[in-house]
Write a protein that binds this ligand. Structure first.
Ligand code: ZN
Ligand code: ZN
Length: 110
């Protein structure tokens, strides 16, 4: 499409009735253009698990989505951010754990 592209990931399956595919519409970027020119028909993909972290899960220096560190959030008072000019009410952070195994991906339509 003009400014976006469809990323579609699926696999050959013994059980096509229950096979799942993944798709997402993403904006074209210079990374996309470089990949499109240079992939040579295949690529390796690493999948990861995206998990939400609360104040009790993280170290003091971990960044909240408000931009302030975990130690700037009050553990006793619903995790609110202690900066006066910040309206963050609860510490939240994300962590991506990449899985060790790589998957080979064949590029079908480029
Ligand atoms: Zn915060
Ligand atoms: Zn904050």
């Amino acid at each position: 499409m003009d400014d976006d592209y469809w990323f579609i990931m699926g696999s050959d399956s013994q059980k096509p009735d229950t096979n799942l595919s993944f798709f997402k519409i993403l904006p074209k970027s210079e990374h996309y253009e470089r990949f499109k020119k240079g992939h040579g028909g295949e690529a390796y993909l690493r999948l990861g698990v995206y998990t939400k972290k609360t104040l009790s899960d993280v170290k003091k220096g971990a960044l909240c989505t408000c931009g302030h560190e975990a130690q700037d959030h009050d553990e006793g008072d619903d995790d609110v951010c202690l900066f006066n000019d910040c309206n963050c009410k609860e510490f939240s952070s994300f962590q991506v754990n990449l899985l060790k195994r790589k998957k080979q991906l064949l590029i079908l339509n480029s």
